[in-house]
Design a protein around this ligand. Structure first.
Ligand SMILES: [Zn+2]
Ligand SMILES: [Zn+2]
Length: 355
């Protein structure tokens, strides 16, 4: 294994060139410098963000093509640069896709996700990935033997979700409506259930109805089966007053507008799904003002939510089986992404490099 790295010097990796353009290529194995780590990727998970990036050809903050692609991964440490402390070769780890600087205005306000110098790392769809020093120090975690690589790799989206739900200020007994039945939407539903909330799932496809049922959503509104989605959600709340909290996990302007119309007086909306560049929504100013609706948006994770998410996975409160619906070799990544864009009921696919 280690010998291979030195002899060949190359690896198979996915390179994103632009809109719906990903190629599997032979590229040099990254070299590790001071404080860095080289991870042999055992599994990389597909993610809604990757699908969006694949479809749009860009991401506002995370990746600028051409670039190595993919950001949810777990594997073993292949090589460590000088001065890495607390890790050893061969150790099972999960490395996050970013780390904050820890020194800027936002970091000092405990809003590390908004860090002025948030360092992103992509390249999970590859045999090896280099982990920069800052991520090694802040956001690389050892994986216990009884946690699979697949489950460990779910820490990134789950950390975003934990932070998102926390920011809405949910309380036990609240009704939480989640719009969107992708992996993020499902994680919101499940974490809201774990928090003791009533969950209304608003989903589109049959497979998503099944998924929402499986993780314990209390009520499910399938938008293709109702004439008015907002009305259908309101009808499920006492006195049709609306949901205490609504989380939008689709990233479409019309769903953002639904979210505002579904929330109760004094309730909170979280626009979690990022829409395409240049998108606008219209707001009913009367309703916002006289109903005291709180509008929030949350983006990304912090080192603290990463650790809380990892604990939930290690405690088996969130299980891989509920989210990872398939497995495919790295060579068929483009096919997998296309297939997932056609929305066939897959939630997350485990991409296995080295095949
Ligand atoms: Zn992700
Ligand atoms: Zn910072």
């Amino acid at each position: 294994m280690g010998r291979n790295v030195r002899v060949n010097g190359h690896m198979t990796a996915a390179v994103l060139y632009g809109k719906e353009d990903v190629k599997i290529e032979r590229v040099p194995i990254p070299r590790v410098g001071d404080g860095e780590a080289l991870i042999k990727v055992h599994v990389a998970l597909t993610c809604g963000t990757d699908l969006k990036v694949y479809q749009r050809g860009y991401h506002a903050r995370m990746i600028v093509p051409p670039a190595l692609f993919g950001h949810e991964l777990a594997g073993t440490i292949e090589e460590l640069g000088p001065h890495v402390r607390g890790f050893k070769k061969g150790q099972r780890v999960v490395a996050l896709n970013s780390a904050p600087c820890g020194m800027c205005f936002y970091c000092s306000k405990h809003q590390e996700n908004l860090c002025e110098d948030l360092l992103f790392n992509n390249g999970a769809y590859a045999e090896y990935i280099r982990i920069p020093k800052r991520i090694v120090e802040a956001n690389m975690l050892a994986v216990p033997p009884d946690v699979s690589y697949e489950e460990a790799a779910m820490v990134e989206p789950l950390a975003c979700v934990l932070r998102g739900l926390h920011e809405t200020g949910v309380e036990i007994g609240d009704t939480v409506t989640v719009i969107g039945g992708g992996p993020i939407g499902m994680m919101f539903m499940q974490v809201a259930k774990l928090t003791g909330c009533n969950v209304i799932a608003v989903v589109k496809r049959d497979g998503q109805v099944e998924g929402a049922k499986r993780i314990g959503a209390d009520e499910i509104v399938q938008i293709t089966k109702v004439s008015d989605t907002v009305d259908a959600v309101r009808a499920l709340t006492s006195d049709r007053r609306g949901s205490d909290v609504v989380v939008e996990c689709v990233g479409r302007p019309e769903a953002w507008e639904w979210a505002i119309d579904m929330v109760r007086k004094g309730g909170t909306v979280n626009f979690f799904g990022g829409c395409a560049n240049g998108t606008k929504v219209s707001l009913d100013t009367q309703r916002l003002h006289y109903s005291e609706v709180t509008l929030k948006a949350t983006f990304h994770h912090t080192p603290e939510t990463v650790r809380r998410a990892f604990a939930l996975i290690a405690e088996r409160k969130i299980r891989g089986n509920d989210y990872i619906t398939g497995e495919a070799p790295l060579s068929s990544l483009q096919h997998v992404l296309r297939h997932m864009l056609n929305r066939n009921g897959d939630i997350k696919t485990a991409i296995i490099p080295g095949h």
